[in-house]
Design a protein around this ligand. Structure first.
Ligand SMILES: Cc1ncc(COP(=O)(O)O)c(C=O)c1O
Length: 453
């Protein structure tokens, strides 16, 4: 585990960084290292109370270990702890932020013309997107599918923006016919398309959404917080590929480097196609910007203080693993997706389980076969617990009848939803671990296995 983090490399890089400040008079902050040692060992003990997020046996939520280069670069930046609010607080790291944001924009075909910045995460990034949507389409409603992340409804309520839901089809994607009918009411200003829904990984049909929105001058925001990097993957289904390729025509997109981009938490990103929306961020503070007439990141972001270290870590990661099609980074995504497809195949052939949807990205969801919907939910919870007892960590997600019925056509419906199992097969190592993962899932699925484990 410690091999994930190279202390020798960190020391060497810190020495190189400090050489840049060698002309400063010496100073040594006082530090009680023996007390610090005690505290750190106690901290390590406290951290035992976690699931093993870094290990292939953890497939519950969207957790992917940060790349070692990101971890070392973040720790290196802590020598200075830059603040990317203003150039005064983080000159180099602000320049690095502009470069990585251009790399991300380039993935969507906007390298030369865009506006964007890093954020604390997908929620903040989506909040900014919906705020700009409200500024450009005041008084108009925001709509998203009923499988969109709950953050949109919540953010809309924070902003005081009317919000409505568009139903999904049987594959968990926004239903274009339902969207057409909703747009005909004339009050919608923005459609949020989710490319990679949190629960299922489903990808909304962006080309159809863009075509419908164009008929009524409606803004289109893409929430690709989880799915965005898949634009680089070479193993998408044609329909999914077409949706990702259409992002270039959307008005804004959110992508989270702290989900699939190998970054520590605290790294989301909002990108706008039209840099002119920057005018809405304008403010008249006089007390932070002293040293340069150049753009300060704080002039184009809602958050003020932000970690320059997040930009430094992402910059180092891009230097090592450029986010380009067919590169090593893209291959990592493809391996996770291959593993998801392989898991889906095994579930399809199994007597006790029934996968709900063919995975569009790298999330797999499946129901446990049972006589009734309530029994299927109960069995899913049993399998979840039995898997955890075998060291395998899955997630539970509840789905409406529309998404479950095709997988379990003979179910007796004594409720409207079913709890199902969900796995985020997002670590490149999952492909090599598939036999081991499957044997634990199968064992957990044996009725009564919870008692004998
Ligand atoms: C599609 C989508 N949007 C938004 C979010 C919220 O992002 P964050 O947790 O980084 O705030 C998530 C988180 O899982 C997500 O999957």
């Amino acid at each position: 585990m410690s091999g994930l983090f190279s202390f020798d490399l960190l020391n060497e890089a810190v020495e190189r960084l400090e050489a840049g400040f060698a002309s400063l008079p010496e100073f040594e902050p006082s530090l009680d290292t023996s007390r610090m040692r005690e505290v750190l060992l106690e901290t390590a003990e406290r951290l035992h109370d976690n699931y093993p997020y870094h290990h292939p046996l953890y497939m519950g939520q969207m957790l992917k270990p940060p790349h070692p280069v990101a971890r070392v670069a973040y720790a290196l930046a802590m020598t200075l702890n830059p603040n990317n609010h203003a150039l005064d607080g983080g000159r180099a790291s602000s320049a690095m932020e502009r470069e990585v944001v251009a790399d991300l924009a380039g993935m969507f075909g906007w390298r030369d013309r865009h506006l964007g910045h890093l954020t604390g995460g997908g929620t903040m990034a989506n909040l900014e997107a919906l705020w700009i949507a409200w500024e450009t389409h005041p008084g108009k409603t925001v709509v998203a599918s009923d499988q969109a992340h709950y953050t949109h409804r919540r953010v809309a309520s924070v902003l005081g923006v009317p919000f409505d839901v568009v139903p999904v089809d049987g594959r968990g994607r926004m239903d274009p016919a339902a969207l057409r009918a909703r747009l005909q009411r004339g009050d919608v200003g923005t459609v949020v398309a989710t490319l990679g829904a949190t629960a299922t990984g489903a990808v909304d049909p962006l080309p159809e959404i863009l075509a419908l929105a164009a008929q009524s001058v409606t803004r289109v925001h893409v929430d690709a917080a989880y799915g965005g990097y898949f634009i680089l993957a070479g193993n998408l289904e044609p329909e999914t590929r077409v949706a990702f390729d259409a992002i270039t025509h959307a008005d804004s997109v959110v992508i989270d480097p702290h989900k699939h981009g190998l970054q520590p938490y605290g790294c989301g990103c909002i990108l706008y196609r039209d840099p002119a929306v920057g005018r809405h961020y304008k403010h008249d503070s006089t007390y932070t910007y002293f040293t340069s007439g150049d753009l300060h990141m704080g002039e184009i972001s809602l958050e003020c203080s932000r970690p320059g270290a997040a930009a430094v870590a992402l910059w180092a990661t891009h230097r090592m693993l450029p986010p380009v099609p067919s590169g090593e980074f893209a291959r990592g995504l493809e391996r996770g997706r291959d593993a998801a497809l392989a898991l889906h195949d095994r579930l399809t052939g199994s007597p006790g389980f029934s996968p709900l949807l063919s995975p569009e990205l790298d999330i797999v969801v499946w129901a446990v076969k049972a006589a009734s919907s309530s029994a299927a939910s109960r069995r899913a919870r049993e399998v979840f617990d039995a898997a955890a007892r075998r060291g395998l960590h899955l997630a539970l997600a509840t789905f409406p009848r529309l998404l479950v019925e095709p997988a379990l056509p003979d179910l007796d419906w004594d409720g409207e939803t079913v709890a199902c199992l969900r796995a985020c097969v997002m670590k490149p190592t999952h492909r090599d671990w598939l036999d081991e993962l499957w044997s634990r899932i199968e064992a957990a699925g044996v009725r009564g296995s919870g008692d004998d484990a």
